[in-house]
Design a protein around this ligand. Structure first.
Ligand code: AHM
Ligand code: MG
Length: 342
């Protein structure tokens, strides 16, 4: 493991955020406070996730108390914890969440905050009740100067390039928070015994090529030909290739967990357009964009099939987009097949 032991220096996420603030004079601390609010919310959601399996055993434990509705409840609980933390902090005037119905953003009146936060509070939540990894994804924008004091949803509708920060938390065999402020990517592992995230993955770089591809192959028949050919190519034996084909499939069905594994080990994650869903399934603003910023900052690539995800101009909070994301050379391969160049 990379956690320093035996008297080595352990850097907490709190310390890291404060140090980075000193590197960026003029930020007045509002942004650092916002990050710290998100960290607190992540710890609370982690606690809720970790006890989710006990709810059925102990019945009425408070917030999550209706048998059979645990999974839905945990989505909502995570949403509420994040909203509470962000509202308390006062740095955020507008929140967009996957769990907030019908595209209604949460707009705070008389808000002096400079930031917008868009998030998916509990991604992959169909995996909750079978004890498989889930996650939280967040994206932070600065409110344009001429919108301050009269913030509307339009204040949030900026391309992913304009994100000032993005991150995710994966509630896996351990809880890891990974984020970027556009200056590299760093990962922190929660030490539950002290309740602190510790810097465990400094300066993450994703391999240029990995061994794994992640896609729901059950949808094969609805794919465009280029994607079918790409997947077939990866499955075709070629012992002299580097790495040797066939590649390996890994698909958890939690975007955060699939993305995190591929980021660390190298790989490509695909959620393509298909006949029924011309823009795929994943949401641009709080799933694709934050992961795209992270992967580019780690040396990888993120495409829709028609250009970089980060260049897509959003039309609405809950827009979707096709996603080809991960190791640079693997996304290059995919785009090559899609465009018919290969
Ligand atoms: P959710 O936000 O409702 O959980 O849906 C998004 C999830 C992703 O985490 C995951 O990668 C994808 O949906 C899986 O979809 P599918 O079951 O179609 O493969
Ligand atoms: Mg989701």
């Amino acid at each position: 493991g990379t956690l320093a032991t035996g008297g080595g220096a352990l850097k907490t996420l709190e310390q890291f955020i404060i140090e980075r603030e000193a590197d960026a004079p003029g930020s007045k601390g509002q942004f650092s406070r916002l990050l710290r609010d998100i960290v607190v919310a992540a710890k609370i959601v982690d606690r809720d996730v970790r006890k989710a399996g006990l709810v059925d055993l102990f019945g009425d434990t408070g917030d999550v108390n209706v048998q059979g509705e645990v999974q839905k409840k945990l989505d909502l609980l995570a949403h509420e914890e994040f909203v509470r933390a962000l509202r308390r902090g006062g740095e955020v005037c507008l929140i967009g969440s996957e769990e907030h119905a019908e595209a209604i953003p949460l707009l705070f009146e008389d808000c002096q905050g400079k930031y917008v936060v868009l998030f998916d509070p509990l991604d992959g939540s169909s995996n909750v009740d079978v004890n498989v990894s889930i996650g939280t994804i967040f994206s932070i924008y600065r409110i344009p100067d001429d919108h301050v004091g009269r913030v509307t949803m339009a204040s949030a509708l900026q391309s992913g390039r304009k994100q000032v920060a993005a991150g995710y938390v994966v509630y896996g065999s351990s809880t890891v928070l990974v984020y970027t402020t556009g200056n590299g990517v760093n990962g922190f592992t929660l030490d539950p015994s002290i309740g602190e995230f510790l810097l465990s993955h400094p300066g993450i770089r994703t391999p240029e090529r990995g061994r794994m591809y992640s896609v729901n192959e059950g949808n094969y028949n609805s794919w465009e030909d280029g994607l079918k050919e790409y997947i077939k190519w990866m499955q075709t034996e070629a012992p002299d290739d580097t790495p040797p084909r066939p590649y390996t499939t890994r698909y958890i069905g939690s975007f955060v967990a699939d993305f995190h594994r591929n980021l660390m080990k190298g790989g490509v994650y695909i959620y393509p357009a298909n006949a029924r869903n011309p823009n795929g399934k994943l949401r641009l603003m709080y799933e694709a964009n934050p992961m795209a910023l992270i992967v580019e900052q780690a040396g990888g690539r993120a495409e829709t099939g028609h250009g970089p995800i980060l260049d897509v101009e959003p039309g609405a909070l809950h827009d979707r987009c096709p996603v080809y994301i991960g190791s640079r050379d693997m996304v290059d391969d995919a785009i090559g097949f899609l465009s018919g160049e290969r």
